[in-house]
Design a protein around this ligand. Structure first.
Ligand SMILES: C[S@@+](CC[C@H](N)C(=O)[O-])C[C@H]1O[C@@H](n2cnc3c(N)ncnc32)[C@H](O)[C@@H]1O
Length: 233
């Protein structure tokens, strides 16, 4: 089944336009990239919830409430590394999942990988919701998502060229189903590089990988293939 997300795939330039027909309602998400001056990471930033909602399609935003139905995972490490290939400009989904599912994590090192350069728009988007950040030029940005300290590195690359050089505690994937079909042995490599007791969160695939799965609402995936599981071997 071809999904709306697959079709709109890579429409992501300085002017980012995505149309949405969920529930017969039309919604247009437009983000104009702007230059954002780093003002420093600030634990006291108050996220603008209305602006945050505007970054999601209506149904996707509603569905995030389903995360409340999942029992939080008692993850032993307070600092984690999370890999998100084919991230596009989707900064908020992994942050919301981390916050809801792993409440004892205090610091997350995010590795975002995409063939397109998206960091400029990501900085614009987080600024739009009232989050300030510090920046190590061409390296990473650091900010707080509520109480969670985030360090984000963006790599403009084909994930297939990078995956075997990376190790991570959490693998996050969303709307990447069609793209990964073109990448030989991709899910096996993702699983191999995931640290032991690491967590895999994906809205498609990973049926052949040995994971201790937790029960999750399938509506969290546009493909109804949501999977959250731990690698325990
Ligand atoms: C359908 S979009 C999904 C974006 C994001 N995950 C989301 O949910 O909004 C797929 C993204 O994958 C990126 N992409 C496609 N093939 C890729 C590859 N081999 N390595 C890394 N990124 C890739 C595209 O540039 C695009 O940003």
């Amino acid at each position: 089944m071809i999904n709306l997300w697959d079709i709109i795939g890579s429409i992501k330039i300085n002017l980012n336009i995505i149309s949405n027909n969920y529930k017969n309602m039309s919604k247009l998400i437009i983000t104009n990239e702007k230059i954002v001056i780093p003002k420093g990471a600030n634990l006291n930033n108050q996220i603008d919830k209305e602006k945050l909602k505007e970054q999601f399609f209506n149904q996707d935003y509603e569905n995030l409430k389903l995360l409340e139905l999942i029992e939080p995972i008692n993850y032993l490490q307070e600092e984690v590394t999370l890999l998100y290939p084919g991230c596009g400009i989707d900064i908020f989904s992994p942050l919301i999942y981390l916050e809801k599912l792993l409440p004892n994590v205090k610091k997350a090192n995010l590795i975002f990988v995409d063939t397109m350069s998206c960091l400029g728009i990501i900085k614009t988007i987080i600024d739009n919701v009232n989050i300030t950040f510090s920046e190590e030029k061409n390296k990473s940005i650091t900010f707080y998502w509520n109480k969670l300290l985030i360090n984000l590195k963006f790599k403009e690359s084909d994930i297939h060229d990078l995956i075997e050089q990376l190790n991570y505690d959490i693998y996050f994937e969303r709307a990447f189903r069609i793209m990964k079909e073109q990448l030989p042995n991709y899910e096996h490599l993702v699983y191999k590089q995931l640290n032991n007791y690491g967590i895999l969160i994906s809205d498609s695939g990973f049926k052949s990988q040995e994971l201790k799965k937790i029960k999750v609402p399938q509506e969290l995936s546009a493909y109804k293939e949501m999977i959250i599981g731990t690698k325990e071997k």
